[in-house]
Unconditional design. Structure first.
Lengths: 158, 158
DNA sequence: TATAAACTGTTTACTAGATTAACAATATGG
DNA sequence: CCATATTGTTAATCTAGTAAACAGTTTATA
């Protein structure tokens, strides 16, 4: 707090301490934060753990059994074509089944297997402890505030 | 607030209103919010406007002229190999120059052109108004709080 | 001073995540 | 019945990013 020279004047010093414009943009900070959390997620879940999007898909299938692929894509905010590979992976690992629905032969309802429910419970615990560990410098109030502010951003989707 | 049935009990209703696990994870909400902001950024800057990462790079070059590519990559948190295409694009558009530095023939200092400084000022204004418009349901306090919480996440990088 | 180690910008190959467009099969609404 | 819409799927494409190698150059060390 000694110096009052807080301008963004250009110098040739190798140590530049002024806040660059970038830090003032929410988008930039959102991305940097997201990259950090996402990288730690992968580290925490390990080599052949779930990728974030696969974890998310499994989570919804476990919580909403019989969800259709289209419905799941809508919930995740991705195209249904992009979901095929994710469901293929989960089915290939024996964590869910594609089942046909009497009355509509187009849809394939997704049903978690017992192994899928178990794998999800384990993964959820791992994700929870990853976030708790990584974000240990935020207290519960701060986390709740962050969530509500992120929810506001999500609510402003065009 | 009429019903107290707030369990996550499984039903066969087509309208499921309970909060799924996913919404409780900071990583998930961070990603969803980031996707929304990033998509609006691109929409706002238009067909041949800057991609977010190109905008970020130009911002730093304008604010820190003579930054090296390695230095810029470090600031952006990406590999220097990934920066080559970004700098190629900016140089190709005539917005910066690669200049050689007397005393170290390895490095190429990046210097914004006048056109680059102008383009950045315009883009920065466009980005500011995009964020102001998109995030108009957050007041200044909320935005400041969000920034400080995101900064805390950034500070917890491993 | 000789040599090993490190750093810079770059290319190439690869991966992940995602989108768009088309398609056949099926369902729904005038 | 017929036009329209929906579902799951494939194929082609795009973007953003990494990792590994490389030649040229600089720095550190023995």
């Amino acid at each position: 707090m000694a110096s009052l020279r807080k301008t963004n004047r250009q110098t040739e010093d190798e140590t530049l301490v002024e806040t660059p414009d970038l830090e003032e943009f929410i988008g930039y900070n959102l991305k940097r934060a997201y990259v950090i959390v996402q990288a730690d997620f992968r580290r925490a879940l390990g080599e052949d753990g779930f990728a974030p999007r696969v974890f998310s898909a499994l989570s919804l299938v476990v919580q909403y059994p019989n969800v259709t692929q289209s419905g799941l894509a809508r919930m995740l905010g991705i195209e249904r074509s992009g979901l095929v590979a994710i469901v293929d992976e989960l089915e290939g690992r024996g964590l869910l089944k594609r089942t046909n629905v009497p009355g509509d032969r187009r849809v394939q309802a997704l049903v978690p297997t017992n192994a899928g429910a178990k794998a999800y419970a384990d993964a959820r615990a791992a994700v929870r402890s990853h976030e708790e560990r990584l974000l240990s410098n935020l207290n519960d109030d701060e986390k709740a505030t962050l969530m509500s502010l992120l929810a506001k951003i999500r609510a402003s989707e065009v």
